[in-house]
Design a protein. Structure first.
Length: 56
């Protein structure tokens, strides 16, 4: 009998990050000058950081 991989058995919980202004932080992927760049942006105040945890 085939076994399910360890990664498929773990429960994946998504974490929502909130900005100080009360808006939700969303991850965006930009492609500029030949490189892929991931940024986190607040939907309400349009603040941009490198990762969602920088909004704390």
């Amino acid at each position: 009998m085939a076994q399910a991989s360890k990664n498929s058995r773990t429960a994946s919980a998504t974490q929502k990050f909130m900005c100080n202004c009360g808006g939700e932080v969303k991850m965006k992927t930009l492609f500029e000058s030949g490189k892929v760049k991931n940024i986190a942006e607040c939907g309400k105040c349009k603040r941009v950081e490198r990762r969602p945890s920088d909004f704390r």
